[in-house]
Design a protein around this ligand. Structure first.
Ligand code: ADP
Length: 514
Protein backbone atom coordinates (compact mmCIF):
# COMPACT_ATOMS: atom_id res chain seq x y z
CA UNK A 1 0.00 0.00 0.00
CA UNK A 2 1.32 3.48 -0.81
CA UNK A 3 0.70 6.09 1.85
CA UNK A 4 -0.52 9.57 0.94
CA UNK A 5 1.22 12.59 2.44
CA UNK A 6 -1.67 14.60 3.92
CA UNK A 7 0.26 17.88 3.74
CA UNK A 8 0.51 17.71 -0.05
CA UNK A 9 -2.38 18.59 -2.31
CA UNK A 10 -3.71 15.80 -4.43
CA UNK A 11 -3.96 16.35 -8.20
CA UNK A 12 -5.58 19.64 -9.20
CA UNK A 13 -9.22 19.71 -10.24
CA UNK A 14 -10.02 20.81 -13.80
CA UNK A 15 -13.16 22.93 -14.12
CA UNK A 16 -15.08 22.49 -17.36
CA UNK A 17 -17.81 24.45 -19.10
CA UNK A 18 -20.77 22.04 -19.33
CA UNK A 19 -21.99 23.34 -22.69
CA UNK A 20 -18.81 22.72 -24.65
CA UNK A 21 -16.52 20.79 -22.30
CA UNK A 22 -13.75 23.42 -22.48
CA UNK A 23 -11.46 23.66 -19.43
CA UNK A 24 -12.08 27.08 -17.82
CA UNK A 25 -9.79 26.77 -14.82
CA UNK A 26 -8.05 24.52 -12.32
CA UNK A 27 -8.09 24.56 -8.52
CA UNK A 28 -6.18 22.58 -5.91
CA UNK A 29 -7.79 19.52 -4.33
CA UNK A 30 -6.94 20.55 -0.76
CA UNK A 31 -5.76 17.80 1.58
CA UNK A 32 -7.13 17.46 5.15
CA UNK A 33 -3.96 19.04 6.55
CA UNK A 34 -4.34 22.07 4.34
CA UNK A 35 -7.96 22.40 5.49
CA UNK A 36 -6.82 22.13 9.11
CA UNK A 37 -4.16 24.82 8.55
CA UNK A 38 -6.74 27.18 7.00
CA UNK A 39 -9.05 26.60 9.96
CA UNK A 40 -6.19 27.34 12.39
CA UNK A 41 -5.52 30.67 10.65
CA UNK A 42 -9.22 31.58 10.73
CA UNK A 43 -9.43 30.60 14.40
CA UNK A 44 -6.52 32.93 15.15
CA UNK A 45 -8.12 35.87 13.33
CA UNK A 46 -11.67 35.38 14.63
CA UNK A 47 -11.41 36.92 18.16
CA UNK A 48 -10.44 40.30 16.71
CA UNK A 49 -13.36 40.09 14.27
CA UNK A 50 -15.75 39.26 17.11
CA UNK A 51 -14.29 42.10 19.18
CA UNK A 52 -15.07 44.60 16.38
CA UNK A 53 -18.73 44.18 17.30
CA UNK A 54 -21.61 44.34 14.82
CA UNK A 55 -20.93 48.01 14.04
CA UNK A 56 -17.29 47.38 13.13
CA UNK A 57 -18.17 44.31 11.09
CA UNK A 58 -20.88 46.26 9.29
CA UNK A 59 -18.25 48.61 7.83
CA UNK A 60 -16.44 45.71 6.12
CA UNK A 61 -19.60 43.95 5.04
CA UNK A 62 -20.94 47.12 3.40
CA UNK A 63 -17.62 47.67 1.63
CA UNK A 64 -17.93 44.12 0.37
CA UNK A 65 -21.50 44.86 -0.74
CA UNK A 66 -20.05 47.71 -2.85
CA UNK A 67 -17.45 45.31 -4.28
CA UNK A 68 -20.21 42.90 -5.26
CA UNK A 69 -22.08 45.61 -7.17
CA UNK A 70 -18.91 46.99 -8.80
CA UNK A 71 -17.86 43.48 -9.89
CA UNK A 72 -21.28 42.15 -10.95
CA UNK A 73 -20.12 41.62 -14.55
CA UNK A 74 -16.93 39.83 -13.48
CA UNK A 75 -18.98 37.57 -11.21
CA UNK A 76 -21.45 36.76 -13.99
CA UNK A 77 -18.52 35.91 -16.31
CA UNK A 78 -17.05 33.39 -13.87
CA UNK A 79 -20.43 31.89 -12.97
CA UNK A 80 -21.25 31.53 -16.64
CA UNK A 81 -17.86 30.04 -17.55
CA UNK A 82 -18.23 27.17 -15.10
CA UNK A 83 -22.00 26.58 -15.38
CA UNK A 84 -22.89 27.77 -18.92
CA UNK A 85 -26.03 29.38 -17.48
CA UNK A 86 -27.87 31.90 -19.63
CA UNK A 87 -26.52 35.40 -18.96
CA UNK A 88 -29.73 36.39 -17.17
CA UNK A 89 -29.48 33.53 -14.63
CA UNK A 90 -25.74 34.17 -14.12
CA UNK A 91 -26.30 37.91 -13.70
CA UNK A 92 -28.66 37.48 -10.74
CA UNK A 93 -26.11 35.89 -8.41
CA UNK A 94 -23.97 39.00 -7.70
CA UNK A 95 -26.85 41.41 -6.92
CA UNK A 96 -28.60 38.72 -4.82
CA UNK A 97 -25.38 38.37 -2.81
CA UNK A 98 -25.18 42.17 -2.38
CA UNK A 99 -28.75 42.25 -1.08
CA UNK A 100 -28.01 39.60 1.57
CA UNK A 101 -24.70 41.15 2.67
CA UNK A 102 -26.42 44.54 3.01
CA UNK A 103 -29.33 43.14 4.98
CA UNK A 104 -27.23 41.31 7.58
CA UNK A 105 -24.64 44.09 7.80
CA UNK A 106 -27.34 46.61 8.71
CA UNK A 107 -29.43 44.42 10.99
CA UNK A 108 -26.69 42.59 12.89
CA UNK A 109 -26.45 45.16 15.68
CA UNK A 110 -30.11 44.70 16.48
CA UNK A 111 -30.02 40.91 16.03
CA UNK A 112 -26.90 40.50 18.21
CA UNK A 113 -28.09 42.78 21.02
CA UNK A 114 -28.27 41.14 24.45
CA UNK A 115 -31.78 40.14 25.51
CA UNK A 116 -33.02 40.76 29.04
CA UNK A 117 -35.93 38.40 29.65
CA UNK A 118 -38.30 39.11 32.54
CA UNK A 119 -37.82 36.58 35.39
CA UNK A 120 -40.54 33.94 35.16
CA UNK A 121 -41.40 34.05 38.88
CA UNK A 122 -41.12 36.41 41.87
CA UNK A 123 -38.82 33.84 43.48
CA UNK A 124 -36.08 34.64 40.98
CA UNK A 125 -36.88 38.35 40.66
CA UNK A 126 -33.71 39.45 42.51
CA UNK A 127 -31.67 38.52 39.43
CA UNK A 128 -31.16 40.60 36.32
CA UNK A 129 -31.13 38.19 33.38
CA UNK A 130 -29.18 38.45 30.14
CA UNK A 131 -28.94 36.30 27.05
CA UNK A 132 -25.70 37.01 25.19
CA UNK A 133 -24.97 35.75 21.67
CA UNK A 134 -21.43 34.45 21.17
CA UNK A 135 -20.46 33.11 17.74
CA UNK A 136 -19.10 29.68 16.94
CA UNK A 137 -15.50 30.65 16.14
CA UNK A 138 -15.23 28.96 12.73
CA UNK A 139 -18.20 28.10 10.52
CA UNK A 140 -17.78 25.76 7.54
CA UNK A 141 -20.04 26.50 4.58
CA UNK A 142 -20.20 23.61 2.10
CA UNK A 143 -22.06 24.36 -1.11
CA UNK A 144 -23.25 22.67 -4.33
CA UNK A 145 -22.82 23.67 -7.97
CA UNK A 146 -26.22 25.07 -8.94
CA UNK A 147 -25.63 28.68 -7.75
CA UNK A 148 -21.87 28.73 -7.32
CA UNK A 149 -21.72 32.37 -6.21
CA UNK A 150 -25.23 32.95 -4.88
CA UNK A 151 -25.41 29.82 -2.73
CA UNK A 152 -22.39 30.60 -0.49
CA UNK A 153 -23.62 34.19 -0.36
CA UNK A 154 -26.84 33.01 1.30
CA UNK A 155 -25.04 31.60 4.31
CA UNK A 156 -21.78 33.53 4.71
CA UNK A 157 -23.25 36.99 5.57
CA UNK A 158 -25.18 36.00 8.72
CA UNK A 159 -22.17 33.98 9.94
CA UNK A 160 -19.79 36.93 9.43
CA UNK A 161 -22.35 39.30 10.94
CA UNK A 162 -22.48 37.05 14.02
CA UNK A 163 -18.71 37.45 14.45
CA UNK A 164 -17.71 34.01 13.21
CA UNK A 165 -14.89 33.31 10.75
CA UNK A 166 -15.96 31.31 7.70
CA UNK A 167 -14.31 28.60 5.62
CA UNK A 168 -16.10 28.08 2.29
CA UNK A 169 -15.88 24.72 0.52
CA UNK A 170 -17.52 25.18 -2.88
CA UNK A 171 -18.49 22.27 -5.11
CA UNK A 172 -15.62 20.70 -7.04
CA UNK A 173 -17.80 21.10 -10.16
CA UNK A 174 -17.95 24.92 -9.87
CA UNK A 175 -15.24 26.13 -7.48
CA UNK A 176 -14.13 29.24 -9.40
CA UNK A 177 -17.03 31.41 -8.21
CA UNK A 178 -16.28 30.57 -4.57
CA UNK A 179 -12.62 31.43 -5.12
CA UNK A 180 -13.69 34.78 -6.62
CA UNK A 181 -16.08 35.44 -3.72
CA UNK A 182 -13.24 35.13 -1.22
CA UNK A 183 -10.82 37.01 -3.48
CA UNK A 184 -13.25 39.95 -3.37
CA UNK A 185 -13.15 39.93 0.45
CA UNK A 186 -9.35 40.06 0.24
CA UNK A 187 -9.39 42.77 -2.45
CA UNK A 188 -11.23 45.18 -0.11
CA UNK A 189 -8.58 44.51 2.54
CA UNK A 190 -11.03 43.03 5.04
CA UNK A 191 -9.80 41.09 8.10
CA UNK A 192 -8.71 37.51 7.23
CA UNK A 193 -11.87 35.83 8.48
CA UNK A 194 -13.15 34.48 5.18
CA UNK A 195 -11.20 31.75 3.39
CA UNK A 196 -11.88 29.18 0.69
CA UNK A 197 -10.76 25.58 0.43
CA UNK A 198 -11.25 23.75 -2.84
CA UNK A 199 -11.54 20.05 -3.40
CA UNK A 200 -13.97 17.16 -3.62
CA UNK A 201 -15.88 15.19 -0.98
CA UNK A 202 -12.73 14.40 1.04
CA UNK A 203 -11.98 18.09 1.42
CA UNK A 204 -15.60 18.64 2.52
CA UNK A 205 -15.25 15.86 5.09
CA UNK A 206 -12.09 17.54 6.43
CA UNK A 207 -14.04 20.80 6.77
CA UNK A 208 -16.70 18.99 8.83
CA UNK A 209 -13.95 17.60 11.06
CA UNK A 210 -12.16 20.93 11.60
CA UNK A 211 -14.80 23.66 11.99
CA UNK A 212 -17.15 24.39 14.89
CA UNK A 213 -20.42 24.59 12.94
CA UNK A 214 -21.35 23.10 9.57
CA UNK A 215 -23.73 24.76 7.13
CA UNK A 216 -24.35 22.38 4.24
CA UNK A 217 -26.37 22.66 1.05
CA UNK A 218 -26.47 19.71 -1.29
CA UNK A 219 -27.91 16.27 -1.81
CA UNK A 220 -29.86 14.37 0.83
CA UNK A 221 -27.32 11.55 0.41
CA UNK A 222 -24.33 13.74 1.38
CA UNK A 223 -26.42 15.53 4.01
CA UNK A 224 -26.94 12.19 5.79
CA UNK A 225 -23.18 11.48 5.78
CA UNK A 226 -22.45 14.95 7.21
CA UNK A 227 -25.17 14.64 9.87
CA UNK A 228 -23.71 11.28 10.95
CA UNK A 229 -20.21 12.69 11.27
CA UNK A 230 -21.48 15.84 13.00
CA UNK A 231 -23.39 13.58 15.39
CA UNK A 232 -20.23 11.63 16.23
CA UNK A 233 -18.35 14.88 16.90
CA UNK A 234 -21.37 16.46 18.70
CA UNK A 235 -21.04 19.36 16.31
CA UNK A 236 -24.06 21.44 15.25
CA UNK A 237 -25.04 21.40 11.61
CA UNK A 238 -27.74 22.91 9.45
CA UNK A 239 -28.67 21.04 6.28
CA UNK A 240 -30.45 22.31 3.18
CA UNK A 241 -31.13 19.22 1.09
CA UNK A 242 -33.14 17.94 -1.85
CA UNK A 243 -36.68 18.81 -2.81
CA UNK A 244 -39.53 17.63 -5.01
CA UNK A 245 -41.67 20.73 -4.96
CA UNK A 246 -45.28 20.38 -6.01
CA UNK A 247 -47.32 23.05 -7.78
CA UNK A 248 -51.07 22.88 -7.21
CA UNK A 249 -53.20 24.61 -9.82
CA UNK A 250 -56.77 25.08 -8.59
CA UNK A 251 -59.69 25.54 -10.96
CA UNK A 252 -60.11 29.21 -10.03
CA UNK A 253 -56.47 30.12 -10.82
CA UNK A 254 -55.35 32.73 -13.32
CA UNK A 255 -54.19 30.06 -15.78
CA UNK A 256 -51.97 32.36 -17.80
CA UNK A 257 -50.04 33.43 -14.70
CA UNK A 258 -49.88 29.85 -13.42
CA UNK A 259 -48.59 28.55 -16.77
CA UNK A 260 -45.92 31.28 -16.95
CA UNK A 261 -44.93 30.95 -13.29
CA UNK A 262 -44.69 27.18 -13.38
CA UNK A 263 -42.71 27.20 -16.66
CA UNK A 264 -40.23 29.57 -14.99
CA UNK A 265 -40.28 27.79 -11.62
CA UNK A 266 -39.60 24.46 -13.34
CA UNK A 267 -37.04 25.58 -15.93
CA UNK A 268 -35.10 28.38 -14.20
CA UNK A 269 -31.43 27.36 -14.05
CA UNK A 270 -32.42 24.30 -16.15
CA UNK A 271 -34.44 23.02 -13.19
CA UNK A 272 -31.28 22.77 -11.08
CA UNK A 273 -32.72 24.51 -8.03
CA UNK A 274 -33.65 22.72 -4.81
CA UNK A 275 -36.96 24.62 -4.89
CA UNK A 276 -37.69 24.01 -8.60
CA UNK A 277 -41.23 23.02 -9.42
CA UNK A 278 -40.79 19.26 -10.03
CA UNK A 279 -44.41 18.06 -10.28
CA UNK A 280 -47.70 19.74 -11.09
CA UNK A 281 -51.22 18.80 -9.91
CA UNK A 282 -54.08 20.42 -11.80
CA UNK A 283 -57.79 20.31 -10.94
CA UNK A 284 -59.70 18.45 -13.65
CA UNK A 285 -61.90 21.30 -14.95
CA UNK A 286 -58.86 23.38 -16.04
CA UNK A 287 -56.40 20.57 -16.79
CA UNK A 288 -56.62 20.72 -20.61
CA UNK A 289 -56.47 24.50 -20.76
CA UNK A 290 -53.57 24.70 -18.34
CA UNK A 291 -51.61 21.94 -20.07
CA UNK A 292 -51.97 23.66 -23.45
CA UNK A 293 -50.72 26.97 -22.02
CA UNK A 294 -47.83 25.37 -20.11
CA UNK A 295 -46.76 23.35 -23.16
CA UNK A 296 -46.76 26.45 -25.32
CA UNK A 297 -44.65 28.35 -22.79
CA UNK A 298 -42.14 25.51 -22.50
CA UNK A 299 -41.94 25.01 -26.27
CA UNK A 300 -41.15 28.70 -26.71
CA UNK A 301 -38.10 28.56 -24.43
CA UNK A 302 -34.83 29.23 -26.22
CA UNK A 303 -32.04 26.92 -25.16
CA UNK A 304 -28.35 27.49 -25.74
CA UNK A 305 -25.09 29.10 -24.68
CA UNK A 306 -25.51 32.85 -24.92
CA UNK A 307 -22.30 34.55 -23.75
CA UNK A 308 -23.40 38.00 -22.67
CA UNK A 309 -26.17 38.45 -25.21
CA UNK A 310 -29.15 37.51 -23.00
CA UNK A 311 -30.45 35.52 -26.01
CA UNK A 312 -31.32 32.25 -24.28
CA UNK A 313 -33.67 31.24 -21.48
CA UNK A 314 -32.37 27.78 -20.56
CA UNK A 315 -28.82 26.47 -20.40
CA UNK A 316 -27.16 23.09 -19.99
CA UNK A 317 -27.09 20.74 -17.02
CA UNK A 318 -23.99 21.07 -14.89
CA UNK A 319 -22.57 17.57 -15.30
CA UNK A 320 -22.95 14.46 -17.49
CA UNK A 321 -24.09 12.62 -14.34
CA UNK A 322 -26.93 15.10 -13.88
CA UNK A 323 -27.89 14.73 -17.52
CA UNK A 324 -28.02 10.95 -16.99
CA UNK A 325 -30.40 11.32 -14.01
CA UNK A 326 -32.80 13.51 -15.99
CA UNK A 327 -32.69 11.12 -18.96
CA UNK A 328 -33.32 8.11 -16.72
CA UNK A 329 -36.36 9.75 -15.09
CA UNK A 330 -37.90 10.55 -18.46
CA UNK A 331 -37.03 7.17 -20.02
CA UNK A 332 -38.37 5.22 -17.03
CA UNK A 333 -41.58 7.26 -17.06
CA UNK A 334 -42.10 6.66 -20.77
CA UNK A 335 -41.37 2.93 -20.38
CA UNK A 336 -44.06 2.83 -17.67
CA UNK A 337 -46.68 4.55 -19.85
CA UNK A 338 -45.99 8.29 -19.59
CA UNK A 339 -46.32 10.55 -22.63
CA UNK A 340 -43.81 13.25 -23.59
CA UNK A 341 -45.77 16.36 -24.63
CA UNK A 342 -42.66 18.34 -25.50
CA UNK A 343 -38.89 17.79 -25.14
CA UNK A 344 -38.02 14.46 -23.57
CA UNK A 345 -34.42 13.96 -24.68
CA UNK A 346 -30.90 15.37 -24.63
CA UNK A 347 -30.33 17.78 -27.52
CA UNK A 348 -27.09 16.03 -28.40
CA UNK A 349 -24.97 19.10 -27.62
CA UNK A 350 -22.94 19.28 -24.38
CA UNK A 351 -25.10 18.56 -21.33
CA UNK A 352 -28.27 20.10 -22.74
CA UNK A 353 -31.60 18.38 -22.12
CA UNK A 354 -34.65 19.77 -23.94
CA UNK A 355 -37.24 21.45 -21.66
CA UNK A 356 -39.81 18.74 -21.09
CA UNK A 357 -43.49 18.35 -20.19
CA UNK A 358 -44.70 14.85 -19.26
CA UNK A 359 -48.26 13.58 -18.78
CA UNK A 360 -49.82 10.20 -17.93
CA UNK A 361 -47.45 9.98 -14.98
CA UNK A 362 -48.20 8.46 -11.58
CA UNK A 363 -46.67 8.22 -8.13
CA UNK A 364 -44.84 4.95 -8.78
CA UNK A 365 -42.49 6.64 -11.28
CA UNK A 366 -38.99 7.90 -10.49
CA UNK A 367 -39.85 11.27 -12.10
CA UNK A 368 -42.32 11.81 -9.24
CA UNK A 369 -40.58 10.01 -6.37
CA UNK A 370 -36.94 11.11 -6.81
CA UNK A 371 -35.45 14.57 -7.12
CA UNK A 372 -34.83 15.17 -10.85
CA UNK A 373 -32.97 18.51 -10.72
CA UNK A 374 -33.56 19.07 -14.40
CA UNK A 375 -35.85 20.79 -16.92
CA UNK A 376 -38.83 18.45 -16.61
CA UNK A 377 -42.43 19.14 -15.55
CA UNK A 378 -44.59 16.05 -14.98
CA UNK A 379 -48.27 17.11 -14.89
CA UNK A 380 -51.02 15.12 -13.14
CA UNK A 381 -54.80 15.68 -13.34
CA UNK A 382 -56.54 15.59 -9.92
CA UNK A 383 -60.24 15.40 -9.06
CA UNK A 384 -60.15 18.12 -6.43
CA UNK A 385 -58.20 20.08 -3.83
CA UNK A 386 -58.14 17.14 -1.40
CA UNK A 387 -56.51 14.82 -3.94
CA UNK A 388 -53.96 17.50 -4.84
CA UNK A 389 -52.99 17.90 -1.17
CA UNK A 390 -52.80 14.14 -0.62
CA UNK A 391 -50.54 13.61 -3.65
CA UNK A 392 -48.38 16.67 -2.92
CA UNK A 393 -47.76 15.28 0.58
CA UNK A 394 -46.97 11.79 -0.78
CA UNK A 395 -43.22 12.43 -0.91
CA UNK A 396 -40.19 11.85 1.25
CA UNK A 397 -39.24 15.49 0.57
CA UNK A 398 -40.79 18.59 2.14
CA UNK A 399 -38.92 21.65 0.94
CA UNK A 400 -41.51 23.98 -0.55
CA UNK A 401 -44.55 24.18 -2.83
CA UNK A 402 -46.63 26.61 -4.84
CA UNK A 403 -50.42 27.02 -4.89
CA UNK A 404 -52.16 28.83 -7.74
CA UNK A 405 -55.68 30.11 -7.07
CA UNK A 406 -57.85 33.20 -7.54
CA UNK A 407 -59.13 32.81 -3.98
CA UNK A 408 -56.59 33.80 -1.32
CA UNK A 409 -58.54 32.13 1.51
CA UNK A 410 -58.71 28.85 -0.39
CA UNK A 411 -55.03 29.05 -1.34
CA UNK A 412 -54.03 29.70 2.27
CA UNK A 413 -56.20 26.76 3.42
CA UNK A 414 -54.39 24.47 0.97
CA UNK A 415 -50.97 25.90 1.96
CA UNK A 416 -51.55 25.09 5.63
CA UNK A 417 -52.18 21.43 4.81
CA UNK A 418 -48.94 20.93 2.88
CA UNK A 419 -46.04 19.19 4.65
CA UNK A 420 -43.35 21.58 3.47
CA UNK A 421 -41.17 24.37 4.86
CA UNK A 422 -42.56 27.11 2.57
CA UNK A 423 -45.51 27.73 0.28
CA UNK A 424 -45.60 30.49 -2.32
CA UNK A 425 -49.08 31.48 -3.42
CA UNK A 426 -49.39 32.52 -7.08
CA UNK A 427 -45.60 32.76 -7.36
CA UNK A 428 -42.48 30.60 -7.39
CA UNK A 429 -39.31 31.10 -5.29
CA UNK A 430 -40.60 34.25 -3.53
CA UNK A 431 -39.77 32.92 -0.05
CA UNK A 432 -36.11 32.64 -1.13
CA UNK A 433 -35.90 36.39 -1.73
CA UNK A 434 -37.40 37.29 1.65
CA UNK A 435 -34.62 37.11 4.20
CA UNK A 436 -36.91 37.78 7.13
CA UNK A 437 -38.60 34.41 6.49
CA UNK A 438 -37.06 31.10 7.53
CA UNK A 439 -36.06 28.88 4.60
CA UNK A 440 -35.80 25.24 5.55
CA UNK A 441 -36.90 21.81 4.50
CA UNK A 442 -39.17 19.38 6.34
CA UNK A 443 -38.87 15.58 6.17
CA UNK A 444 -35.71 14.55 4.25
CA UNK A 445 -35.31 18.06 2.81
CA UNK A 446 -33.22 19.27 5.73
CA UNK A 447 -32.56 20.14 9.31
CA UNK A 448 -32.63 23.73 10.53
CA UNK A 449 -33.26 26.84 8.48
CA UNK A 450 -31.39 29.63 6.76
CA UNK A 451 -32.56 33.24 6.93
CA UNK A 452 -35.48 34.05 9.20
CA UNK A 453 -34.19 37.49 10.20
CA UNK A 454 -32.47 37.28 13.58
CA UNK A 455 -32.67 33.46 13.54
CA UNK A 456 -30.03 33.32 10.78
CA UNK A 457 -27.50 35.16 12.95
CA UNK A 458 -28.47 33.37 16.15
CA UNK A 459 -27.99 29.97 14.56
CA UNK A 460 -24.26 30.72 14.22
CA UNK A 461 -24.10 31.65 17.91
CA UNK A 462 -24.06 29.89 21.19
CA UNK A 463 -26.44 31.66 23.53
CA UNK A 464 -24.96 32.39 26.92
CA UNK A 465 -27.13 33.02 29.97
CA UNK A 466 -25.79 35.53 32.53
CA UNK A 467 -27.43 36.29 35.87
CA UNK A 468 -26.45 39.29 38.01
CA UNK A 469 -27.87 40.30 41.43
CA UNK A 470 -30.37 43.10 40.98
CA UNK A 471 -30.36 44.11 44.67
CA UNK A 472 -27.54 44.42 47.24
CA UNK A 473 -26.43 40.94 48.29
CA UNK A 474 -26.13 39.64 51.85
CA UNK A 475 -23.56 37.18 53.11
CA UNK A 476 -25.70 34.19 52.16
CA UNK A 477 -28.58 33.26 49.89
CA UNK A 478 -31.62 31.70 51.51
CA UNK A 479 -30.83 28.22 50.16
CA UNK A 480 -27.16 28.10 51.12
CA UNK A 481 -25.84 25.93 54.02
CA UNK A 482 -26.49 25.12 56.77
CA UNK A 483 -29.94 23.51 56.41
CA UNK A 484 -32.39 23.42 59.37
CA UNK A 485 -36.07 22.66 59.99
CA UNK A 486 -36.82 26.36 60.52
CA UNK A 487 -35.09 27.30 57.28
CA UNK A 488 -36.84 24.49 55.41
CA UNK A 489 -40.31 25.57 56.62
CA UNK A 490 -39.63 29.17 55.65
CA UNK A 491 -38.05 28.39 52.24
CA UNK A 492 -40.60 25.72 51.26
CA UNK A 493 -43.42 28.03 52.37
CA UNK A 494 -42.19 30.75 50.02
CA UNK A 495 -41.66 28.18 47.28
CA UNK A 496 -45.20 26.87 47.69
CA UNK A 497 -46.66 30.36 47.57
CA UNK A 498 -44.94 31.15 44.27
CA UNK A 499 -45.40 27.78 42.58
CA UNK A 500 -49.13 27.23 43.26
CA UNK A 501 -52.40 29.08 42.78
CA UNK A 502 -55.51 30.00 44.75
CA UNK A 503 -55.81 28.67 48.29
CA UNK A 504 -52.94 26.24 47.69
CA UNK A 505 -50.64 29.22 47.99
CA UNK A 506 -51.54 29.27 51.68
CA UNK A 507 -51.22 25.51 52.23
CA UNK A 508 -54.94 24.77 51.75
CA UNK A 509 -56.01 22.20 49.16
CA UNK A 510 -59.65 21.50 48.04
CA UNK A 511 -59.64 18.26 50.06
CA UNK A 512 -58.54 19.94 53.24
CA UNK A 513 -55.42 21.28 54.85
CA UNK A 514 -52.21 19.55 53.74
P1 ADP B 1 -24.38 17.64 -5.58
O1 ADP B 1 -25.03 16.40 -6.10
O2 ADP B 1 -25.23 18.84 -5.54
O3 ADP B 1 -22.98 17.86 -6.04
P2 ADP B 1 -23.33 16.77 -3.13
O4 ADP B 1 -24.15 16.64 -1.92
O5 ADP B 1 -22.64 15.58 -3.66
O6 ADP B 1 -24.35 17.40 -4.09
O7 ADP B 1 -22.23 17.90 -2.96
C1 ADP B 1 -22.45 19.12 -2.31
C2 ADP B 1 -21.18 19.54 -1.64
O8 ADP B 1 -20.83 18.59 -0.65
C3 ADP B 1 -19.97 19.63 -2.56
O9 ADP B 1 -19.22 20.77 -2.19
C4 ADP B 1 -19.22 18.35 -2.27
O10 ADP B 1 -17.84 18.41 -2.54
C5 ADP B 1 -19.47 18.20 -0.80
N1 ADP B 1 -19.30 16.84 -0.26
C6 ADP B 1 -19.42 15.65 -0.91
N2 ADP B 1 -19.21 14.63 -0.06
C7 ADP B 1 -18.95 15.16 1.15
C8 ADP B 1 -18.65 14.63 2.45
N3 ADP B 1 -18.59 13.33 2.68
N4 ADP B 1 -18.44 15.49 3.47
C9 ADP B 1 -18.52 16.83 3.27
N5 ADP B 1 -18.79 17.39 2.08
C10 ADP B 1 -19.00 16.58 1.02
Amino acid sequence: MTSVDPTVNRADIEVRNPADGRVVGTVPNDSPDIVAAKVRALRAAQPEWEALGPKGRKVWMLRYQDWLIDNAGRIADVVQAETSKPRMDASIEGPAAADIFGFYARRAERFMADRHPTPHSPAVFPKRLAVVYRPYPVVGVITPWNFPFGMPALDIPPALAAGAAVLLKPSEVTPLSGVLLVQGWKEIGAPPVLEVTTGAGGTGAAVVDSVDYVQFTGSTHTGRIIAQRAGELLKPCSLELGGKDAAIVLADADLDRAAHGIAWGGMFNSGQVCISVERVYVEAPVYDDFLAKLTRNVEELRQGQDGDSFRFDVGALATPAQLAVVKRHVDEAVAAGATVVTGGRPTGVGNFFAPTVLVDVDHSMSCIREETFGPTLPVIKVADEAEAIRLANDSEFGLSATVWSGNKTRAARVARQLEVGAVNINDAFSNLFNFTLPMGGWKTSGIGTRFGGAAAVHKYCRSQAITTPRIPTTQKELLWYPYSRRKALFTLGILRSVTSRGLRKFGVSPRGRQ
